[in-house]
Write a protein that binds this ligand. Structure first.
Ligand code: HEC
Length: 187
């Protein structure tokens, strides 16, 4: 008697697990990756436009200050527009909020490092995450993420002031810098 109840409980547990973990079909994956690519491209464009105009307006140091106040708000505004959650994560992060801190993000980072391509993943609780590599794709990035020779002294000073735990320097053109992470809902 007790055994059969235990048996039923196990079956129920397995069934509920399965229904939560229905994997994404290939079509769904393709669609979510396309959506993630276009959202991250829009957010990237918004950031780049703002950084470029801040550099023009007040130089690189001023632009660091600008990013310090506005980078998160800018990505959030893009996120609100698309009704998703957007973040940029890195193993050598500048802003402490952008550290790779959870197991799922660590696994995603391993995959990004080895495959260097976007992908989507559905968690056991049914959430959908999109990840995409971010590279040091243009010389401008080096002005704030390069070596001591690449970053103006005045800029280095502001970076140290705003980000005492900064790890986001020493990159070269073409290096992998981090990844986009977008949490999507299944609509
Ligand atoms: C004007 C200086 C400046 C330039 C130019 C710049 N960044 Fe940054 N970057 C920053 C600052 C400051 C932060 C931290 C923003 C914050 O506090 O949210 C940051 C954060 C990031 C992050 C988030 C992870 C982290 O370390 O916190 C990524 C990824 C990143 N930058 C990539 C790039 C790439 C790629 C380029 C070139 C297209 C670039 N950056 C150009 C200053 C700059």
């Amino acid at each position: 008697m007790k055994k059969s109840i235990l048996f039923l409980a196990i079956i129920a547990a397995l069934a509920s697990c399965n229904s939560k973990q229905t994997p994404l079909s290939n079509d769904e994956k393709v669609n979510f990756v396309a959506l993630g690519d276009s959202i991250s491209a829009a957010a990237q464009k918004l950031l780049l436009q703002n950084v470029s105009s801040a550099i023009q307006q007040g130089g690189t140091g001023y632009a660091v200050d600008f990013c310090n106040t506005n980078a998160m708000t800018l990505t959030d505004s893009a996120a609100n527009e698309f009704k998703v959650f957007i973040s940029r994560l890195s193993d050598r992060n500048r802003n402490t909020n952008n550290a790779i801190a959870t197991e799922i993000d660590s696994l995603a980072w391993q995959k990004i490092k080895s495959e260097k391509a976007s992908f989507v993943e559905k968690t056991s609780s049914g959430e959908i995450y999109f990840y995409k590599p971010i590279s040091i794709a243009m010389p401008t990035c080096i002005k704030c993420h390069g070596s001591e020779l690449d970053i103006a002294e005045s800029t280095q000073k502001i970076i140290k002031e705003k980000y005492p735990n900064d790890k986001a320097v020493g990159y070269k053109l073409g290096d992998l810098r981090g990844m986009w992470k977008i949490k999507m809902s299944k609509t």
